[in-house]
Design a protein around this ligand. Structure first.
Ligand code: ZN
Length: 134
């Protein structure tokens, strides 16, 4: 497998609206789009910066994964996403090498990409997402 680039950095926030003040007004980024992924109980906002995007993540329910993350760790970087050229192959290879996968098969994420997460216990405590543009 080959990671092509860092696609985006996922940041858990209590409020996207409040966070935009920093990212848009101070850093000068442009809000490219907002999307709710109901299955993950999360609202996302994408702000490109160069070739990479900042993905703000706000929970839509108190029992969602982002709400739980903020409850235990506070707001902050939640995951790093690498673009790969073939996500199915990447997952297969990692599984063969005994990495624990959160998603054994890619699912549809924000922005219409195929995404899958690896377990942070096997990646030095970093939650890593793979994504592939369809
Ligand atoms: Zn992501």
């Amino acid at each position: 497998m080959k990671a092509v680039k860092i696609d985006h950095i996922g940041i858990a926030v209590k409020s996207i609206d409040a966070s935009l003040k920093f990212y848009v007004e101070l850093l000068g980024l442009k809000l490219e789009g907002e999307e709710t992924v109901a299955e993950q109980k999360v609202k996302t906002a994408f702000l490109p910066v160069g070739d990479v995007e900042v993905e703000l993540l706000e929970s839509t329910a108190p029992d969602g994964p982002i709400a739980k993350f903020i409850e235990t760790k506070g707001e902050g970087i939640q995951h790093i996403a690498f673009a790969v050229d073939n996500i199915e192959e990447a997952l297969k290879e990692l599984e063969e090498k005994n990495f624990r996968l959160i998603d054994h098969k890619p699912r549809l994420g924000a922005g219409g990409k195929k995404i899958a997460f690896l377990h942070p216990k096997d990646t030095g405590g970093v939650l890593i997402e793979f994504c592939e543009k369809i």
